[in-house]
Design a protein around this ligand. Structure first.
Ligand SMILES: Nc1ncnc2c1ncn2[C@@H]1O[C@H](COP(=O)(O)OP(=O)(O)OP(=O)(O)O)[C@@H](O)[C@H]1O
Ligand SMILES: [Mg+2]
Length: 343
């Protein structure tokens, strides 16, 4: 079997959990054919995924092949220079993708307040709700009553509130008098279409609230957008941290620069006694950040008012008390520093 034939076979193996092949994802670094022996060199960091891929290759080829791994040495993050993604958002100078391994940890809340905090610093900011499974940004910024509007150039007009522009896939649910925005029913391609069809104007930052997990949407976004930095949100308990580790490893494998980790619902201050309770344990997020050599951007306590403000469409960074504002401002400032864009 020659090198090309081996690569063709390898293209049949998908990266675990995704429907993209290991060849497509550039996990296959090299294929060597010497003296009748074939060696496949994989370049990846995720141990679990490596073991799965290794056994899939062995199943496919049997004895005739050796799988080797060249785990890239940890290197400093090269912001703005990922693999060679397309750029579906040339209107945005920087793209920030807010993700998490697990659902319900506070991605959307962080996305909203981070966006508003950046706007408060004078940046022009667009916030895209890309959570095709549960878009809830419109409620959090008080635009849930709005309908999709088009301008004279047939571009979608984003909503505006709290100094940011907002667009949500949630607004596209077609009713009988609404034309279909998406030419494809596939969520992923619809999202890409959507990225191109919104009239954002020029943006300093496009913040994207991703659906939870490490699936096809995250991968597609990384291929279609030059993501400046991924911001990963987690809660501090071990089960959430296991999932976040997987998210970190996947981003490293697909070469998305990680801007840092935000620990949400870190602790609870009782409103009456002001006593602090570490409900989910302490310091988990910081330890995870250190373990994977990614920046720690800050922590936000579990605060009843944050939930109330968010549900009422009034982001705490704009409408909350000084302390609540400070949590998100600090995260925004740390992120700006990490991406080399001082406030
Ligand atoms: N620090 C906090 N204190 C109190 N409540 C919070 C905090 N952060 C988020 N919440 C609340 O927790 C709930 C989940 O938050 P959010 O919707 O931001 O999570 P998510 O990760 O985007 O969830 P999903 O995976 O469903 O998209 C919301 O009701 C939100 O108001
Ligand atoms: Mg969400």
């Amino acid at each position: 079997m020659n090198r090309e034939a081996v690569i063709k076979e390898l293209a049949k193996i998908d990266y675990p959990g995704l429907d993209k092949s290991i060849v497509h994802m550039k996990v296959v670094k090299d294929v060597l054919a010497e003296n009748g022996k074939i060696t496949v060199l994989l370049s990846m960091q995720n141990d679990e995924a490596y073991m799965e891929i290794e056994s899939a290759i062995e199943d496919l080829f049997g004895e005739e092949i050796t799988v080797k791994r060249d785990a890239p040495a940890k290197k400093s993050i090269n912001y703005g220079n990922t693999s060679n993604p397309n750029n579906r958002a040339p209107y945005a100078k920087r793209v920030i993708a807010v993700t998490s391994g697990k659902g319900g940890v506070g991605k959307s809340t962080v996305s909203v307040n981070l966006s508003v905090a950046l706007a408060q610093k004078g940046f022009s900011v667009g916030l895209l709700d890309a959570d095709v499974y549960g878009p809830n940004i419109p409620r959090m910024v008080g635009t849930a009553h709005e309908k999709l509007r088009w301008n004279e150039r047939d571009k979608i007009v984003p909503s505006e509130n709290f100094g940011i522009k907002i667009m949500s896939v949630g607004l596209t649910t077609p009713s009988s008098d609404t034309p279909l925005v998406w030419r494809s029913s596939v969520a992923v391609s619809a999202l890409i279409q959507f990225l191109e069809d919104v009239d954002w104007g020029e943006l300093d930052f496009l913040v994207i609230d991703m659906p939870p997990g490490t699936g096809d949407i995250q991968l597609t976004m990384a291929q279609e957008l030059p993501i400046t930095a991924g911001v990963i949100v987690t809660t501090p308990q071990p089960v959430a941290l296991d999932d976040v580790s997987r998210a970190i490893m996947m981003f490293k494998d697909i070469k998305v620069p990680i801007g840092g980790l935000v620990e949400n619902m870190s602790y609870f201050i009782a409103p009456d006694t002001k006593k602090r309770y570490d409900i989910f344990g302490e310091g988990g997020g910081e330890k995870t950040a250190t373990r994977y050599s990614i920046p720690f951007l800050g922590k936000i306590p579990l605060d009843m008012q944050i939930r109330e403000f968010s549900d009422n469409g009034t982001p705490p960074v704009a409408m909350g008390d000084e302390l609540q504002k400070e949590y998100y401002k600090e995260i925004a400032e740390n992120l700006l520093r990490e991406i080399g864009h001082p406030a």
